[in-house]
Design a protein. Structure first.
Length: 175
């Protein structure tokens, strides 16, 4: 696993001045597209991440945009269907928030790339639950937050977060 972590870190870790989705600024950034767009690396991530999917999962929900390639790769590896979740429903065509199979009454596992505060996860979880999805788990490749007991927005959403790697691990191993 440490070999995989090193590959992810080397290809995606950037330093500079970055504005995060949460509104926070950071001197470090994980450019998830760098590991999501490399087939061999995405395949290795998928091989490890699939072991964290709850056994009773009926659908994988890939959050726009970075969670979508990971959810798709996990779907191909596991045979579990995927829904592609927008940040907000489109205003044309089918006007759906979640594209793909119906989520109503289904056990859904949210898939995300990098989580800092969990703000978008909490919003998307609420939206999906409002449409009848049953959700108790979110998986991510990297958790960059600072709460070992769970990110407050994730905990408040009654979600169990499982991360393949944490920023704290990267700091310990590679700094």
């Amino acid at each position: 696993m440490k070999d995989l972590a090193e590959k992810i870190y080397k290809i995606s870790h950037l330093t500079g001045h970055f504005l995060l989705r949460s509104g926070q600024t950071s001197s470090e950034y994980f450019d998830k597209y760098q590991f999501e767009c490399q087939p061999k690396l995405l395949n290795a991530i998928t091989a490890e991440l699939k072991n964290l999917i709850p056994k009773d999962t009926e659908l994988l929900a890939g959050l726009e945009m970075g969670g979508i390639p990971i959810a798709t790769a996990l779907s191909l590896a596991t045979g579990i269907p995927t829904v592609l979740v927008r940040k907000e429903a489109k205003t044309y065509g089918t006007s759906k928030l979640a594209e793909g199979p119906s989520i109503a009454g289904k056990k859904v596992c949210i898939i995300e790339d990098v989580i800092t505060t969990g703000g978008q996860v909490a919003l998307s979880c609420k939206d999906l639950r409002d449409q009848g999805a049953i959700i108790d788990t979110v998986l991510c490749v990297i958790y960059r937050g600072h709460h070992p007991e769970g990110e407050p927005k994730i905990v408040a959403s009654e979600l169990n977060m499982k991360a393949l790697f944490t920023k704290a691990q990267f700091d310990l191993w590679f700094k």
